[in-house]
Structure formats: structure tokens, C-alpha cells
Design a protein around this ligand. Structure first.
Ligand code: NAD
Length: 701
């Protein structure tokens, strides 16, 4: 059956797109639109056409299910469909509700008229996938709404609402109430007044929308884009297209768009961004927990511990209207925690991103308490007390006796065994790990730790809740450090070895920051607190006394250099200033440690630094996949993109390994293993990596 339904209302043909959920412009729909337009042209009784979608979407653009399949490039291409519409012998009116994004917007721009419902989202978000609108959007939108606004929309990818679009001249009419009826009436008026068929392509860009003239305007814009999008080539190419729309005739501009689109689609950055897009969607799928798994209702939450994490977790809930009862041991800690949350909101209000009234509304959703009786009725309780099994044990034993049946008991532990925590209760099926990342109200990642006995409904509910609080939930199995922190442990070990071999902390940090991490390992450790890692290392290396690691981090801690909080860590800090200054004390400490180890320092290249750190992540990631702790390589990538500050244009560590080619990854690792100071065990490829490399396959296959 066609995905474009055809009917007539008197002399008006109505074509309704029908490809749920958002009328993605897949091959069947493209054929349907083209054929329906032909039918309307062939019918002598038809005088004009209305092209519309559903209340939810005119069209969300390309059909992502078609990506990387032959259908994506099959004829008719979207450009051909737009051509058919634009050159139709009868006027075509786009009737737009819900959203018109990407190709959907380009389709609307090819119509002779546009009418829309208030609230509709209009946008060209291709840049978010490292692309540019490739079906004329870069040429038509500036002609319709002016260069400045079009440039802003295309470069940022951010949509605008119909009301704003109407003011800019995008719409010929906004229609309250029944959109299609209004569109038909509009089409009749068009017919009555001579059935003109204005084409956006025939217009020229309004000179007033290019203040100061094209040269000055685009020079300034170019400088801004270069600064704002380091590492991302697409925004600059979007700019070049809009510049062509201003400076060149339409057909020439289309050639520029076509050429630059071709460059982007094959670029590694766009591949990485598309990978990240699909990876994020894949992460929400758990093979043995189908989408229709029953969920438990979550109306109210409780958080235990109002420290760094508890405060941020509380904010996540109240930001989406879920009331939180916040429990602490002592009144003083409770007051401090609540005051910190208030201060965070007030800072947001000061920046104008929230009203004082909203601050009060959010704060009113918090009920502070010192009593477990007050949290008993919560649907989910998230424990965020000290990272100490004895403390967690007491908390979970108390929860077991106080919480109502069916409440989800979640722990924010970053390393401890969730199965042991579950065993402190009589209801292990209700226990789950919800590992938030600091700052918990900002970082998008939520690592969801599935215990051996965690109920499927508990897992499904927690996954859905992650979406509700606007996080990306990624499932991990139980192990020390789960996915993200178990991998970062190997990355930190390598960073330590690099110091022993001659690197300075600033050299290591700078190399990986240039590569794409927002912070290198040493700046990160100073921010998180070196004592935290020290505490964990003491436990870990007691369990594994033979494991080699650099003692430099312990030596730094022994000097009381815990990081920013003590104004001294791997770097020196001035009070009240987060700027990291190279530390002569650390330099001296490193020199002595190299002497003690008998290592002659050498110059290590940035490439070696990056590969040693990133491939350390990759090898541990492969191990996690083999053990089933991570469900898929793309989950690991998402964890690094959303929880560890890795730039999205990198696509993630496993994507990076795939892009190098796994045989090459193994070769590089063998080279590192040959280094006389290397721990030979470290660079032994994980069995999965070795296997895939030998078979010439990739992680994300
Ligand atoms: P924190 O020291 O800032 O806060 C812990 C809070 O818990 C304190 O306010 C303390 O008074 C309170 N508390 C301790 N025992 C309690 C009890 N029995 N009942 C009620 N309250 C109690 O610690 P944090 O950094 O917020 O870490 C909390 C948890 O989150 C730990 O398990 C930690 O491993 C984990 N975590 C921390 C981070 C991070 O970056 N800080 C990131 C992810 C996970």
C-alpha cells in the first residue's frame, strides 16, 4: 500500500503522508508523493494540491531505518520529488503540523506555499550528524527567511517554532484549528486569485538579511564558526553553502551544496556522529527485556545522602517534576545539601535561564528528612552515601525493613558489588545500580547496573526513568568499576606509566585534550580528588598484589596533594582559581621516581600518548564485551561520549579502534609491548580483539 494517501475535496487534491512515526522520507513514501502529484496533474478536475502529514509530523526528514541501505539512494531521490513538486503545473501547498525537519523541511521549501499549525517545529538538523541539508535546504531557506537566520539554523541545527518562522516569512499563513481544512481553504483562495506558483528558487536572498554586505558578514560568521566548532567540519561547510546562496544563482548554489555534502558524507567525523546517533538509540534496547515489559509506576523518589552526588541526583528528579524526599544522617549535612541545591538553581536564575518562581517550585518538591519513616512510600530510592560497603550494608538493611513492597532500591555506587548490596535485603529483585556521573545534574550518562537477580520490570522501569530524567541509560553487568570506570582504570594505569617514562602530566593531558577528551587524566583526577582514586587503589591492589601500576599517584597523595580541593595535586592551584599550573613539586617527585626505577626519560610523541591511553580503554572494552558486562561495543562508545567528556566527533573508543582497523590496533599494541618498560601483560590483546582482528572484523560490525 502506498505511504501517500490521495483524495480530493472538490478541486483540491489532498496528499497525506503516512509513514509512522514521523513520516520519514523513505523510498515508498518518496514514490507515493511523486505518483500522487502526477495523479493530481493528470486529473483535469483538480486545480491545486495540499501536501500534508499527521498532527505529529509533516515529516521528520530522511527515514533513518533506510540509512546505509540501497533504498536510501534509489530513485526517486528526494531532490527529484522536490523537483516534481516545484515544477508542477498546479499550485502545491504544504500543510505542516508537528515538525518539518531536515528533508521534511526541504520538501516543504519545494512547495509553492506553506501553511502551518502554531507550535510546529521547523529545522534543518543535519549538522548534528556531521552533514548539511543536501536537498536544496541550504539554497532555499536563505531565499525564504534571509541569510542571517538561515545560517544560524543550518549551522546550529536548532529548530524554531512556527510562530517565529511565520514572522520570518516561512509561512504564508498560520492556521488555528483544523489544519487540513484551513489548507484546503487557502488552496481555493490561491486558485481563485489566479493559481500562481511561486518558487522559492526564483527569489534572491534579501540584502537586508546580510548586514554590512556579504564579504564582511561571512568573514565575521566564518571566524565565529571556526571558533565554536573545533573538530567539526560540517558547520563551516554549511556556511559555505549559505554563502553560495547569497552570492551565486540557484543552480550554481545547488552544485556547491551537492559537492560539499558529498565531502561530508564520506568524512570520518560524520561517520562518527552517525554512529553516536544510532548507538544512543541501540543502548535503550536490552535483548531479553522487550519493550512491552511491564513497568512500575514512579511518582515519588527518595535520595539517601545529600552530598555531591545525592544533591545532583535530587535535582534530576525535581527538574522533571518528580518529588524527592532527601534523607541524611545529621541535620547539618541535610541543611548543607539542600542549600547547595538551592544555590545551583539560583545561579541558573542569575544567568536568566530560570525564573525565581521556578526556583521556588523546584525547591518545594524537596522534602528533607532524617527519618526513614518519611521515605517508606517512595517508588524508588537512590542511595548515594559513602563508598563503603559497611555503610551501604546498614542503609540497605534499613531500606529492606522500611520501604513499601515494590519500591526500587537503587545504589549509586561507582565500584562496589551490586549483588552483594542486593544480598543485604530480602528483595534482591528490587535492587539495581544507578551510577550517575559527576556533576549528576549535568552529565547525560546513567550507567544502569543489572544485578544477577534484578527483576526485568525493575530494569525496564529504570531504563524508562533514565529517559524521563533526560539521561542516556546504558546497561552494565556487575563487576568492579562496571564499564566506564573499569576501563578508565587501565587508562589511568597507562597514564602513570607514561609519567615514569618521561612525560609530564601537562604533556599527557594536552595530548588527549587535543585529541578530543575535555580533560586529560591528571586534570580530571585533580578535579575528582586524588584521594578518591587512592582509596580505591588501596582496596584493588590489596586484592591483586601482582598487578603493576605506577606509584606516582600514591606519592602525590602522600604529600596531601588531593587536587583542586587542597589547591595542590598533579598541578598547583591558586585559591578560588581552577587554572592548573605545572607543579615543580610534582616534577621533582617524578624525577626521583624515575631515578628509583632506573628509567632514563625519553621524549614520547603525542600520537603514542593518545594511542596508549585510548587503546588501553579499547582492550579493556573488548574484555568487557567478552564477559558480557557490556552488551555491545556501541554502548561502550556512548558511555565515553556522555559520561567521560569525549568529543562526539570521535565516535567513542571502540569506534576509533574500528576506524584504525583492528589488525592495525593489534600491531600498535604489539609495538607498545616491545617497549622495555612496558608491562608485557598489559598489551596482550583481549581474546575478542584478537579474534576479530584475525577475522578482519570490527567491534561495531
Ligand atoms: P559525599 O561524601 O559527597 O556524600 C555522601 C553523603 O552521604 C554525605 O553527605 C554523608 O553525610 C551522607 N551519608 C553517609 N552515610 C549516610 C547514611 N548512613 N545515611 C544517610 N546519609 C549518609 O559522596 P559522593 O561523592 O556524593 O558519593 C556518594 C556515592 O556516589 C558513593 O557511593 C560514590 O562512590 C558514588 N559516586 C560518586 C561520584 C563522584 O564523582 N563523586 C560519581 C559517581 C558515583
Amino acid at each position: 500500500m502506498s505511504q501517500a494517501h490521495y483524495r480530493t475535496d472538490g478541486a483540491i487534491a489532498v496528499i497525506t503522508m503516512d509513514n509512522p512515526p514521523v513520516n520519514g522520507l523513505g523510498l515508498e513514501l518518496r514514490i507515493g508523493i511523486r505518483d500522487s502529484i502526477a495523479r493530481a496533474m493528470a486529473d483535469a478536475a483538480v486545480q491545486a494540491v495540499v501536501l500534508t502529514g499527521t498532527a505529529r509530523a509533516f515529516s521528520g526528514g530522511a527515514d533513518i531505518r533506510e540509512f546505509n541501505t540501497p533504498k536510501a539512494d534509489a530513485s526517486p531521490h528526494l531532490l527529484e520529488v522536490i523537483d516534481v513538486i516545484e515544477n508542477a503545473a498546479k499550485p502545491v501547498v504544504a500543510a505542516i503540523a508537528g515538525l518539518a525537519l531536515g528533508g521534511g523541511n526541504e520538501l516543504a521549501l519545494g512547495c509553492h506555499y506553506r501553511v502551518g499549525s502554531p507550535g510546529t517545529q521547523i529545522g534543518l538538523p543535519e549538522v548534528n550528524l556531521g552533514l548539511l541539508p543536501g536537498a536544496g535546504g541550504t539554497q532555499r531557506l536563505p531565499r525564504l527567511i534571509g541569510a542571517a537566520k538561515a545560517l544560524d539554523m543550518i549551522v546550529s541545527g536548532a529548530p524554531i517554532r512556527a510562530e517565529e518562522a511565520a514572522k520570518l516569512g516561512y509561512f504564508d499563513r498560520l492556521i488555528d484549528g483544523d489544519l487540513v481544512a484551513g489548507a484546503i481553504a487557502f488552496a481555493r483562495e490561491v486558485v481563485a486569485s489566479g493559481a500562481a506558483r511561486p518558487r522559492v528558487r526564483d527569489r534572491s536572498v534579501d540584502a537586508a538579511s546580510v548586514p554590512g554586505g556579504p564579504q564582511a558578514f561571512f568573514d565575521a560568521a566564518r571566524a565565529q564558526v571556526a571558533k565554536a566548532y573545533v573538530g567539526y567540519p560540517a558547520p563551516m561547510k554549511c556556511l559555505e553553502c549559505v554563502e553560495a546562496a547569497v552570492k551565486k544563482p540557484f543552480d550554481e548554489g545547488m552544485k556547491v551544496e551537492h559537492m560539499l555534502f558529498g565531502e561530508l558524507i564520506d568524512s570520518i567525523t560524520s561517520k562518527a556522529l552517525r554512529h553516536a546517533f544510532f548507538a544512543e538509540r541501540a543502548a535503550s534496547k536490552i535483548p531479553d527485556v522487550p519493550e512491552d515489559t511491564p513497568q512500575r509506576p514512579i511518582k515519588g523518589a527518595a535520595v539517601i545522602g545529600a552530598g555531591t552526588m545525592g544533591g545532583g541526583i535530587t535535582m534530576n528528579f525535581i527538574n522533571v517534576g518528580i518529588p524527592v524526599t532527601l534523607l541524611e544522617m545529621k541535620q547539618e549535612a541535610l541543611d548543607r545539601g539542600v542549600a547547595t541545591i538551592r544555590r545551583n538553581y539560583e545561579n541558573t536564575a542569575k544567568k536568566g535561564r530560570m525564573t525565581q518562581e521556578e526556583v521556588e517550585q523546584r525547591m518545594a518538591l524537596i522534602t528533607p528528612t532524617l527519618s526513614y519513616a518519611d521515605i517508606a512510600q517512595a517508588d524508588i530510592v537512590v542511595e548515594a552515601v559513602f563508598e563503603d560497603m559497611n555503610v551501604k550494608q546498614k542503609v540497605f538493611e534499613t531500606l529492606d525493613t522500611t520501604m513499601k513492597p515494590g519500591a526500587i532500591l537503587a545504589s549509586n555506587t561507582s565500584t562496589l558489588d551490586v549483588d552483594r548490596i542486593a544480598a543485604f535485603t530480602q528483595r534482591p529483585q528490587d535492587v539495581i545500580g544507578t551510577h550517575f556521573f559527576s556533576p549528576a545534574n549535568v552529565m547525560r550518562l546513567l550507567e544502569i547496573v543489572r544485578g544477577a537477580k534484578t527483576g526485568k520490570d525493575v530494569l525496564a522501569t529504570t531504563m524508562a526513568l533514565s529517559k524521563r530524567i533526560r539521561k542516556v541509560g546504558v546497561v552494565a553487568g556487575v563487576c568492579d568499576g562496571f564499564i566506564g570506570n573499569r576501563m578508565i582504570e587501565q587508562y589511568s594505569r597507562q597514564a602513570g606509566f607514561l609519567l615514569e617514562e618521561g612525560c609530564s602530566p601537562q604533556q599527557v593531558d594536552a595530548a588527549v585534550e587535543r585529541w578530543g577528551f575535555s580533560m586529560g587524566p591528571f586534570r580530571m583526577a585533580d578535579l575528582a580528588g586524588n584521594d578518591v582514586g587512592w582509596y580505591i587503589r588501596k582496596r584493588r591492589y590489596l586484592e591483586k598484589p601482582d598487578l603493576r601500576y605506577s606509584k606516582t599517584a600514591d606519592l602525590v597523595c602522600e604529600l596531601g596533594r588531593y587536587g583542586q580541593k587542597t589547591s595542590a595535586g598533579w598541578y598547583d592551584y591558586k585559591p578560588g582559581d581552577r587554572t592548573a599550573y605545572p607543579s615543580p613539586v610534582v616534577e621533582d617527585l617524578l624525577t626521583k621516581e624515575r631515578d628509583r626505577l632506573g628509567i632514563t626519560p625519553r621524549k614520547v610523541s603525542d600520537e603514542e600518548i593518545v594511542n596508549r591511553l585510548v587503546l588501553a580503554l579499547v582492550n579493556e572494552g573488548a574484555q568487557l564485551l567478552d564477559e558480557g558486562i557490556a552488551l555491545r561495543a556501541s554502548d561502550i562508545d556512548i558511555i565515553y561520549l556522555t559520561g567521560y567528556g569525549l568529543a562526539r566527533f570521535r565516535g567513542g573508543p571502540m569506534f576509533y579502534a574500528d576506524s584504525l582497523g583492528l589488525p592495525q590496533v593489534v600491531r600498535i599494541m604489539q609495538g607498545f609491548a616491545a617497549n622495555p618498560n612496558a608491562d608485557p601483560d598489559f598489551w596482550k590483546p583481549a581474546p575478542l580483539l584478537a579474534r576479530l582482528a584475525a577475522e578482519g572484523r570490527s567491534f561495531n560490525g
